[in-house]
Ligand binder design. Structure first.
Ligand code: FAE
Length: 545
């Protein structure tokens, strides 16, 4: 695998792609590709063989495989390209000193941990800008998503987890699990550059004291922990710790982007895609409308936005093949809008259903004074408490960092619970938007599952929850946000078994909206592997001359 990876990363085309991504203009409506970057005339309708909406995992896999098949493809991404250092010499800002680069058009940051000792010390005022992390608010649930070339890969924790095979089978009964576990998960891991922390270094470094302390607390309750693979380069992290490389994971960088160490999609799939010479990525261009023309091609209307968020132009594109990779929220909204406005009236009634939060709940525990977590914490999680096999209360809880540069005795967790609740999207013509009708009662199901597990851990250790981290006076469980929006256009229901949207030939979904609301682990490896499976099938069957 390492050999393959090395070869892949050093190939001439990949290097050309990396160079194109490094030198393209970051701001203003930009086209990134190997062809010379001329300014586009506001032509009436630009026709391309294939279009991919979004440049996260689903979009990036589609782009690479289309490019390799020799199909000229345009990728439309609403976020910016993150390649140019700001005045401080860095591309991304840190979590401790956020500026305009942190969040998508906000006047104040909205970090997952709102408070510390109930004090509003975490969030900062910022000026509106196409920052890298968005928090999309609905009634009882808000959803964090990445914005930019690379989508969620720019802001996530990099955990690349293969789901439990039996649960994958439960969620995807029509997908051949042998093929997934034999071909597509390994392919996704190799392409994404997945690696694992050196166990000896883990046991000895101050940077993972917090994880060892949480592991001990879990073990006292008879619970087992497991190492979680990641796309952050652990060799690089060890050099950070040794003082021979610029710190990123060890400098509080993660949810607003990592300046070093992380193999985000712009370094992997997207660089290779650009390197094929067949892919162009347009940035700061948001798709608003999709319809089908009489000749069977798709017509897209876009808004081009500037650094202040103003719509400075519109675009129109037509294509034969259309791939939706705008993420669970983006893709589902585009399709629900298209169905409800009559633009794509034949879309199945199941479009917009089967949405869930992967059972996400965040919580903190207060350790005893002698159970220190350390002032130094890596931002990259490497351990999970694995109680998924507990049929009474299946939970997989990652041991999350809380780097504050001081000893705070807090163990933080992101619990992934087997919450069976699902929501459906409704369309509001007044705002031209779609939202999932997720309720507080549905979140309460996740909370009670997480609480069952952590009550056990607290009982075994004589410890308590932290009530000061999530804003209101006595909130122990963050039940109102998710990092893992899944579903809305579920595989085998809204699409066929390969992501082909029912009712519309040559229209495909390749992103997290295919996953039915829950997968039991962090989802991007599953999304990537499913997209690989879809592209292999579609390129073999649908694009033959
Ligand atoms: P995604 O990566 O969200 O990409 C969609 C792209 O489409 C984005 O770049 C959007 O800007 C763009 N877009 C949306 N609408 C439009 C439109 N109308 N026009 C043009 N462009 C559009 O989708 N998962 C893990 O497996 N491990 C982790 O450690 C992990 N940590 C996370 C931490 C954070 C803070 C967050 C927010 C997420 C985390 N996730 C993690 C979730 C993971 O990033 C997410 O499941 C994937 O990024 C979803 O991939 P998609 O391809 O579905």
């Amino acid at each position: 695998m390492t050999e393959k990876l090395t070869h892949h990363h050093l190939s001439r085309r990949h290097i050309l792609g990396i160079a194109a991504l490094q030198t393209a203009a970051a701001l203003g409506f930009t086209r990134i590709g190997l062809q010379s970057a001329e300014a586009v005339e506001p032509a009436a309708v630009e026709a391309v063989p294939a279009i991919v909406i979004g440049s996260g995992y689903g979009g990036a896999v589609a782009a690479l495989r289309l490019g390799q098949a020799g199909i000229r493809t345009l990728v439309l991404e609403m976020g910016r390209l993150w390649n140019t250092p700001g005045p401080d010499g860095r591309v991304f800002c840190s979590t401790t000193a956020p500026d305009q680069r942190s969040m998508w058009f906000r006047t104040r940051t909205e970090a997952p941990l709102a408070t510390f000792l109930w004090l509003d010390v975490v969030n900062k005022n910022i000026s509106p800008y196409p920052g890298v992390l968005d928090r999309v608010h609905f009634d009882a649930m808000s959803v964090y998503v990445g914005r930019g070339v690379g989508g969620g890969s720019l802001v996530n924790g990099g955990m690349a987890v293969t789901p439990v095979r039996s649960y994958f089978g439960e969620q995807f009964p029509t997908v051949d699990a042998n093929e997934m576990y034999g071909t597509y998960f390994p392919r996704a891991r190799a392409m994404l550059g997945v690696n694992t922390v050196d166990p000896d270094w883990f046991e000895s470094t101050e940077w993972y004291r917090f994880a060892r302390t949480s592991r001990k607390a879990a073990a006292n309750a008879g619970l087992k922990t497991t190492f979680v693979p990641n796309v952050y380069d652990f060799g690089y992290m060890q050099r950070e710790a040794a003082g021979t490389a610029t710190k990123s994971a060890l400098a509080g960088e993660v949810i607003y982007g990592n300046n070093h160490g992380k193999r985000s999609l712009d370094k992997t799939y997207l660089a290779s895609a650009i390197g094929t010479g067949n892919i162009t990525i347009n940035t700061l261009e948001r798709v608003r409308d999709i319809r089908r023309q009489a000749d069977g091609t798709y017509l897209l209307t876009t808004d081009r936005i500037d650094a202040g968020g103003a719509v400075v132009g519109t675009g129109q594109y037509s294509c034969t093949y259309l791939f939706l990779g705008a993420g669970s929220l983006g893709t589902t909204e585009l399709l629900v809008r298209a169905r409800e406005t009559g633009a794509l009236p034949a879309l199945d009634a199941s479009v917009g259903t089967g949405w869930g939060t992967n059972g996400n709940v965040m919580l903190g525990r207060a350790n005893h004074l002698w159970d220190t977590v350390g002032a130094d914490e890596s931002t990259i999680p490497v351990l999970g408490i694995d109680d998924w096999a507990n049929a009474d209360n299946p939970v997989f809880a990652e041991i999350a960092p809380l780097p504050m540069g001081l000893e705070h005795w807090i163990s933080l967790y992101l619990a992934i619970t087997k919450n069976p609740e699902r929501a459906s999207f409704s369309y509001d013509p007044a705002t031209d938007s779609a939202k999932p009708g997720w309720t507080a009662a549905q979140s309460a199901v996740s909370v009670s599952m997480a609480k069952k597990l952590f009550d056990r851990i607290n009982a075994a250790n004589a410890t308590i929850y932290r009530y000061d981290l999530f804003g209101s006076a006595s909130k122990a469980f963050a039940d109102d946000f998710t990092y893992h929006p899944l579903g809305g256009c579920v595989l085998g229901r809204a699409t066929d078994d390969y992501g082909r949207v029912k009712g519309y030939p040559r229209l495909y979904v390749t992103d997290g909206s295919l996953v039915p609301g829950s997968i039991g682990v962090n989802p991007f490896l599953t999304i990537t592997a499913l997209a690989e499976r879809t592209m292999a099938r579609v390129l073999a069957e649908d694009t033959a001359p």
